[in-house]
Design a protein around this ligand. Structure first.
Ligand code: NAD
Length: 495
């Protein structure tokens, strides 16, 4: 709270802001494009400018790719896997040691509650880097005996230079999801953070420098999607793009990959995830989980359980408890530990979510709770529940990415499976029941990359995360992610 006061009155910060420049070849540098252009990052609590950030351009991407290529064939590529792991462990330790600064900057330009920045986003970041650091010296191929005259072995080699393009909803955490497996696999990186939330990525550069990575292993060119992002995805010397963001941008990246050098892609995209509550549940427990599965991170989560299916037998009882639980969410200043929900990230996102709410009302859904902005200043939106929703409504079909949940009633198991799968997305799903065989039967039939049973949104570094259908290609996290950053070479020996 004090920080917000300071921001409003004196524009002073609790910690010195990170260096605002591009980070290329181990140094903070200006763009090579004349004009010293910058873009602004805003505080979503009040819409005020926090600071100016040096804007990168395709020419800077080019220089960063050259530095990344040089590091790949040079010091990083020649370093033993054990030593690479050591530097990664050091980075994990530094992130943990600087948790206060990182969470402060995460809340400053993203607006999420400070407790969440600290306890979830930054904590997940160092755990992720530490997990993958442990993998660095455990990546190896196989020997494949053919017959008495041939033997084959496989080598797992780094895929090369990776372009990492990341969104604003979990800025430091998702950046770490890209860094961990790339670095463990021995790749080098040219990253671009969302223009809405550049602060923690810039602070990470300072930690990367301190950890002792050779210059060029990690480069950051902040800027806009249509310039920097577009240059990364079209670049002829980038071997892979690892992207998290909207399905719309994912398509553009895949198209660019196809039109350029057929670079590989990992795409972690949008979702419209079903959360299914069967009649035998503990209503109190399921209502709390379903609430947190959507309203956590103000609904700005790719796996948010935004379609809540409730079996008709318990619908009324469930809705009474669920509504009470949602009413308990306190919206306000993210620096205040009593608040569960801060502002949405930007004016664009705020206006977009409000326009979905209006669309829901005009298409005939019942706005059961909320349904408007919260307060006079900043980008706050009330936690909103829509009932009487129908599958064909826009709010049920499209990703809203805000604190808006659509509740739908269902009768039978077969019916709910069919309705849950009736979406072009396939990122995540939740099931609440005490009947384990029902849960497993339903989970087998859901077309979704993650299924949580009697839980929602629990993401662990050790567990793969990534979507089916139009929610993406490839996996973040876990051993599975590492293989997405490796090329497998088969060497066959005749003897
Ligand atoms: P976005 O697609 O607008 O932007 C993501 C990143 O792509 C940003 O850095 C942006 O600058 C860049 N970009 C924009 N246009 C580009 C272009 N033409 N070429 C290359 N890069 C470009 O997404 P967002 O609004 O930042 O994030 C919200 C979306 O991200 C939601 O759809 C959400 O579901 C999705 N998301 C998915 C996951 C997942 O793991 N599946 C996780 C978080 C967010």
């Amino acid at each position: 709270f004090q920080c917000v006061l300071l921001l409003n009155i004196k524009m002073e910060f609790k910690y010195p802001l990170p260096n605002n420049k591009l980070f290329i070849n181990g140094e903070f540098v200006d763009s090579v494009v004349p004009g010293n252009k910058t873009f602004k990052t805003h505080n979503p609590v009040n819409g005020k400018v926090i600071c100016e950030i040096v804007e990168g351009f395709p020419e800077d991407v080019d220089i960063a790719v050259k530095a990344a290529r040089k590091a790949l064939t040079g010091p990083w590529g020649q370093m033993s896997a054990e030593d690479r792991g050591k530097i990664m462990f050091k980075l994990a330790d530094l992130i943990e040691e600087h948790i206060e600064q990182l969470s402060y900057f995460e809340t400053l330009d993203n607006g999420k509650p400070l407790a969440a920045s600290k306890g979830y986003d930054v904590a997940s970041s160092y755990k992720c880097i530490r997990y993958f650091a442990g993998w660095a010296d455990k990546i190896h191929g196989k020997t494949i005996p053919i017959d008495t005259s041939f033997t084959c072995f496989t080598r797992h080699e780094p895929i090369g230079v990776v372009g990492a393009i990341t969104p604003w909803n979990f800025p430091v955490m998702i950046l770490s999801w890209k860094l961990g497996p790339s670095l463990a696999a021995g790749c080098t990186i040219v990253a671009k953070q969302s223009e809405f939330t550049p602060l923690t990525s810039l602070y990470m550069c300072e930690l990367i420098k301190k950890a002792g990575f050779p210059p060029g292993v990690f480069n950051l060119v902040n800027g806009f999607g249509h310039t920097v992002g577009n240059a990364i995805s079209h670049h002829m010397d980038i071997n892979k793009v690892s992207f998290t963001g909207s399905t719309r941008t994912g398509r553009l990246i895949m198209e660019a990959a196809a039109k350029s050098n057929l670079k590989k892609v990992t795409l972690e995209l949008g979702g419209k995830s079903p959360n299914i509550v069967f009649k035998d549940v503990d209503v109190e427990f399921a209502a709390t989980n379903a609430r947190d599965g959507l309203f956590g991170n103000m609904g700005q989560s790719c796996c948010a359980g935004s379609r809540l299916y409730v079996q008709e037998d318990i619908y009324d009882a469930f809705m009474t408890t669920f509504t009470e639980k949602v009413k308990q969410l306190k919206v306000g200043d993210p620096w205040n530990s009593e608040h569960h929900q801060g502002p949405l990230v930007s004016k664009e996102q705020h206006d977009r979510v409000l326009s979905y709410i209006e669309k829901g009302k005009s298409e005939g859904a019942t706005c059961h709770l909320g349904g408007a902005r919260h307060g006079e200043e900043g980008y706050f939106v009330q936690p909103t529940i829509f009932t009487n929703c129908k599958e064909e409504m826009t709010i049920v079909k499209e990703e809203i990415f805000g604190p808006v949940i659509c509740v739908l009633k269902f009768k039978t198991v077969e019916e709910v499976i069919e309705r849950a799968n009736k979406t072009s997305y396939g990122l995540a799903a939740g099931i609440y029941t005490k009947d384990l065989s029902l849960a497993l039967n339903v989970s087998n039939q859901l077309q979704s990359g993650s299924v949580w049973i009697n839980d929602y949104s629990r993401i662990h570094t050790q567990i793969p995360f990534g979507g089916y259908k139009e929610s993406g290609i490839g996996k973040d996290l876990s051993e599975y992610a590492i293989y997405d950053y490796l090329s497998v070479k088969a060497v066959t020996i005749s003897h």
